[in-house]
Design a protein around this ligand. Structure first.
Ligand code: NAD
Length: 479
C-alpha cells in the first residue's frame, strides 16, 4: 500500500485541517491500494490564499522564465515517466505497458507541444494597420481552479496545469478522488522543478466538497474542468454568482463513418480504438456506422476483435485491456449492456458479467452490438466501457444525420478512399474534432468539443489562450 500523502500548498506537503480519509481502490483487485485525505472548505481556502499571494510575482515573471520552469518539469517528468505510469496503472487500472507508453506519455507529449507553441507566443500584439496605436494585450486570468477526471489522468492534468503556468496564472488542482496518485507525483515533479511556492497547489477532495468550494470561491477567476456533462453543468451554475470563466471538456459519443471503399483495416482499427483504455475515453468511436455493402463483414471483424481482445489485471505486461475504474462504473456499464439486449440490439460478442477466469476486479467483457437502431439507449448514452454499437447505413446523408443526432459533439471519424467525400463530411460533422483514415490529431492541435461535449479548446496555442484575458489598449506609444 502506498504511504499516505496529503495536500501540496504553498510549496509544502500539509495535513488536512480535519481528518477525512478516503480509500483509493485498485480496480484489478478491489483492494485498498492507498489512502488520501479529502479536503474541506478550510483546506481549499488555504490553497486559494497561497495561489492568490503568489499571483503578482508569477504573473510578472518574464515569459522566458516561466518557460524555463516548464522545460525543467518536462525533463523531470520524462525521468520519472515509468513511476508515473505505475501510479496511473494502480489507481485506474490501465495495463502497465499502456500506462507508461500511452497514458503517461500523453502528458510528456502535451508538455512538449505547449513548449513549442509558447516559443512564438505573443503577449502583446498590434491590432492592425487601421489602428496603429492600438495593442491587444493577453494577460493571465489570475487564480484558476483545475478539476480533472480519472480516465486519462496525466493527459488532463498537463493540458491544464502547464498552459496555466505558461500563461502566468497560479492554480489549485483538484484531481479525481478516484485517481489521485498520479497527481500527487505530478506535484512532486513541480516541486523538484523549483516552481515558486504558491504557484501550483493541490488539494485532494470530492466534487461536492473541494470541487464546489473552488467553483464558488470569490478569489478563483476561472475553472478549467474535464469530466462528465452532469458535473460540468453543476460547476457552470455554481460559478455563475462570481462570474468566473468556465472551460468545459465533457463527454462524447463519437461516430465512426465507415464507407465500403474504406481501407481494409478500418473496421479493425475502429473496434480496437473503441476498446482501448477499456472504453474509458471521451473521444472513443463508440458508434460504428457502416455502409450496407460492408456491413456483414464489418460485424464479423468487430466480433473477432472483441473475442481476441485479452482482458487481464493492470500489472500484467503486454497488449491487453484492464478493468474499468470502479464498482460504480462496472455497474453502470452492466446496466447499459442489459438495456441494449432488452431494447433488441443484436449481441454478437461479450455481454453481461466478467470475462471467463476473472472473478474479482471490475473487468468487463469487450462487447459488440449489431443492428443498433438510432434512438436506442446504447446509441444515445455515453457508456464509458468497452462496448461498441454497429449501425448500418445506405447513403452519405443518412450517415451524416445519424452521426449528428446526438447531444454530444467531441470527435467524429470518417473512413473512405474518396477524398472529396472525406473533406465534405469533415465540414458537416458537428464536433470539435474530426479524424479520418486513422490519422490522429496533429501535435499542438486543439482538443475540445461543441454542444454537451463542452466548448473548451485544450492543447498547443489554443490551450494557452484559454488561461489569458484579452485587453484592448488604445493610445499606445508605439515608438
Ligand atoms: P465526473 O464528472 O464524475 O468527475 C470529474 C471531476 O469532477 C472529479 O474530479 C470530480 O471530483 C469532480 N466533480 C464531480 N462533481 C462535481 C461538482 N458538482 N462540482 C465540482 N467538481 C465536481 O467525471 P469522471 O467520472 O471522473 O470522468 C468521466 C467523464 O469525463 C466522462 O463523461 C468523460 O467523457 C469525461 N471526459 C471528458 C474529456 C474531454 O476532454 N472532453 C476527457 C476525459 C473525460
Amino acid at each position: 500500500m502506498i504511504e499516505k500523502r496529503d495536500f501540496y500548498i504553498n510549496g509544502r506537503w500539509v495535513a488536512p485541517a480535519a481528518p477525512n480519509d478516503c480509500d483509493v481502490i485498485d480496480p484489478s483487485t478491489e483492494e485498498v491500494c492507498a489512502v488520501i485525505s479529502l479536503g474541506s472548505e478550510a483546506d481549499t481556502d488555504a490553497a486559494v490564499a497561497a495561489a492568490k499571494a503568489a499571483l503578482p510575482g508569477w504573473a510578472t515573471t518574464a515569459p522566458a522564465g516561466r518557460l524555463a520552469y516548464v522545460e525543467k518539469i518536462l525533463e523531470i517528468y520524462k525521468r520519472r515517466q515509468a513511476e508515473m505510469g505505475a501510479a496511473i496503472s494502480l489507481e485506474m487500472g490501465a495495463p502497465i505497458d499502456m500506462a507508461v507508453d500511452d497514458q503517461a506519455e500523453a502528458g510528456a507529449w502535451h508538455i512538449q507541444n505547449f513548449i513549442t507553441a509558447f516559443k512564438d507566443f505573443e503577449f502583446l500584439r498590434p491590432l492592425g494597420p487601421q489602428a496603429p496605436q492600438t495593442r491587444i494585450a493577453l494577460e493571465p486570468v489570475g487564480v484558476v481552479g483545475l478539476i480533472t477526471p480519472w480516465n486519462w489522468p496525466m493527459n488532463q492534468v498537463t493540458l491544464k496545469a502547464i498552459p496555466a503556468l505558461l500563461a502566468g496564472c497560479t492554480m489549485v488542482l483538484k484531481p479525481s478522488e478516484v485517481s489521485p496518485l498520479s497527481s500527487l507525483l505530478f506535484a512532486e515533479i513541480v516541486h523538484e522543478a523549483g516552481v515558486p511556492p504558491g504557484v501550483f497547489n493541490l488539494v485532494n477532495g470530492d466534487g461536492l466538497g473541494v470541487g464546489t468550494r473552488l467553483s464558488t470561491h470569490p478569489d478563483v477567476e476561472m475553472i478549467s474542468f474535464t469530466g462528465s456533462t452532469r458535473a460540468g453543468i453543476a460547476i457552470t451554475k455554481a460559478a455563475a454568482d462570481t462570474v468566473k470563466r468556465v472551460c468545459l471538456e465533457l463527454g462524447g459519443k463519437g461516430a465512426n463513418l465507415i464507407f465500403a471503399d474504406a481501407d481494409d483495416n478500418a473496421v479493425r482499427r475502429g473496434a480496437r480504438h473503441c476498446f482501448n483504455n477499456s472504453g474509458q475515453s471521451c473521444n472513443a468511436p463508440t458508434r460504428m456506422l457502416v455502409e450496407r455493402p460492408l456491413y456483414d463483414r464489418a460485424v464479423d471483424i468487430a466480433r473477432e476483435v472483441a473475442e481476441t481482445t485479452r482482458v487481464a489485471p493492470a500489472k500484467e505486461t503486454g497488449a491487453h485491456i484492464g478493468p474499468v475504474v470502479s464498482a460504480a462504473q462496472y455497474e453502470k456499464i452492466q446496466g447499459l449492456i442489459a438495456k441494449g439486449i432488452e431494447e433488441g440490439a443484436r449481441l454478437v460478442a461479450g455481454g453481461l458479467g466478467r470475462p471467463d477466469g476473472l472473478n474479482r476486479g471490475y473487468f468487463v467483457r469487450p462487447t459488440v452490438f449489431a443492428d443498433v437502431v438510432p434512438g436506442m439507449t446504447i446509441e444515445k448514452e455515453e457508456i464509458f466501457g468497452p462496448v461498441l454499437s454497429i449501425i448500418p447505413f445506405d447513403t452519405e446523408e443518412e450517415a451524416l444525420a445519424i452521426a449528428n443526432d446526438t447531444i454530444y459533439g467531441l470527435t467524429n471519424y470518417v473512413q473512405s478512399a474518396d477524398g472529396a467525400r472525406r473533406n465534405r463530411l469533415a465540414r458537416q460533422l458537428k464536433s470539435g474534432m474530426v479524424e479520418m483514415n486513422g490519422q490522429s490529431r496533429g501535435a499542438g492541435a486543439p482538443f475540445g468539443g461543441v454542444k454537451a461535449s463542452g466548448r473548451a479548446r485544450e492543447g498547443g496555442h489554443w490551450g494557452i489562450e484559454e488561461f489569458l484575458d484579452v485587453k484592448a489598449i488604445s493610445g499606445w506609444d508605439g515608438k
